[in-house]
Design a binder for this molecule. Structure first.
Ligand SMILES: NC(=O)c1ccc[n+]([C@@H]2O[C@H](COP(=O)([O-])OP(=O)(O)OC[C@H]3O[C@@H](n4cnc5c(N)ncnc54)[C@H](OP(=O)(O)O)[C@@H]3O)[C@@H](O)[C@H]2O)c1
Length: 323
């Protein structure tokens, strides 16, 4: 099969399109014939070892042998490993792998996959796994957003933000989105009641008090985020910011410490894919309550360029690869 591999850390220039053997599913896994994959900041962070701590999972000097880019995928199950009973050959599924989605086939844990509902396209389904699940956790598990809450989403036009705005609106919240002026109309169309153009206004200087702030960008120190919240408000840290060594983990560590020093709650959205969250989001997509926002669909041959584009940090929703 064809796959976008890398054997050293670096820019998208280090990616190689190679012929590699099909992987074989182990116990609890399935082999998926991939139809579409989506890119996430996770991919350029892993590939570029940015921050350096990202090397811990893949190898300190070099990535582990046979590393293939990509986490989000949708496709057809073509083989089952031992013990898989919830999926069958021929099922159309979506889900997340740690590595391997930018390829013609990948092995995935069956418990991280969900069957794609009828009426949802491959491109829509591929856009959902990492960004959709992260937004779901941010809004529900960590943010505990409920009807009537005032919610601010920082980075509202990005992969996670476009889902977070829609999920918070679906939960009955009044949502303010932060993005540049060119994306204001998009964010309003997702249900945001108000938009703050960060190139003109610093939302942490405004008087509005939010119940929940979902931050996907790490644009401000934590104390500036906290002062936008009501006294029992919740700050939800998704990503962004930080230095070369720890990256977004810097905010996470500071947040854990700051939790003990003041009244507002600081919660962190961790990377832990699970089928229940994924099923909830794709169910809302099937019902029409949530629409994945697709910035662009690019051919398989253009994965490095698509990653360069995403790395610029201004994608409107998701960048999807047609495999
Ligand atoms: N915790 C987890 O499990 C998890 C999972 C997924 C992602 N993440 C992290 O979450 C972060 C966001 O991911 P993503 O997929 O949403 O990224 P993304 O799609 O690359 O974000 C792009 C968006 O960011 C907006 N943006 C850029 N600068 C901004 C600023 N100063 N203020 C507000 N918005 C700004 C851009 O809007 P404009 O073009 O209008 O500027 C653009 O629409 C990443 O750091 C990622 O690593 C964490």
């Amino acid at each position: 099969m064809k796959a976008w591999t890398f054997d050293r850390y670096g820019s998208p220039d280090v990616l190689r399109l190679e012929d590699v053997p099909d992987p074989a599913p182990g116990p609890g896994e399935v082999l998926v014939d991939i139809r579409a994959a989506a890119l996430n900041p996770y991919d350029w962070r892993i590939l570029g070892s940015d921050p350096l701590v990202a090397r811990v999972s893949l190898g300190l000097r070099r990535p582990r042998a046979g590393a293939i880019l990509g986490a989000d995928l949708t496709g057809e199950v073509v083989a089952l490993g031992d013990g898989v009973t919830d999926l069958a050959v021929g099922d159309r599924v979506l889900g997340e792998v740690e590595l391997g989605a930018c390829a013609q086939r990948a092995v995935a844990s069956a418990d991280r996959l969900v069957v794609v509902p009828d009426g949802v396209t491959d491109i829509q389904a591929a856009a959902v796994p990492m960004a959709g699940q992260t937004a779901w956790k941010a809004v529900h598990a960590v943010g505990r957003v409920g009807a009537g809450d005032r919610v601010l989403v920082n980075g509202a036009s990005g992969g996670v933000g476009t889902f977070a705005v829609q999920l918070a609106v679906a939960a009955g919240a009044t949502v303010t989105g932060v993005c540049s002026g060119g994306n204001a109309e998009l964010v309003r169309s997702l249900g945001a009641a108000a938009v703050v153009d960060y190139t003109v206004t610093d939302f942490t200087e405004e008087r509005t008090a939010y119940d929940v702030l979902i931050d996907t960008k790490g644009t401000h120190p934590l104390r500036r985020f906290l002062r936008t919240l009501v006294p029992d408000g919740r700050l939800v840290l998704v990503g962004g910011g930080g230095g070369k060594l720890l990256g977004p983990a810097t905010h996470v560590l500071l947040g854990v410490l700051a939790n003990h020093l003041q009244r507002r709650t600081i919660g962190v959205v961790g990377w832990k894919p699970n089928a229940a969250d994924l099923a909830a989001v794709i169910g809302l997509v099937a019902d029409g309550a949530v629409s994945p926002v697709i910035d662009r669909v690019v051919p398989f041959a253009d994965v490095p360029d698509a990653l360069r584009y995403l790395r610029l940090g201004h994608a409107r929703g998701k960048v999807v690869i047609e495999v």
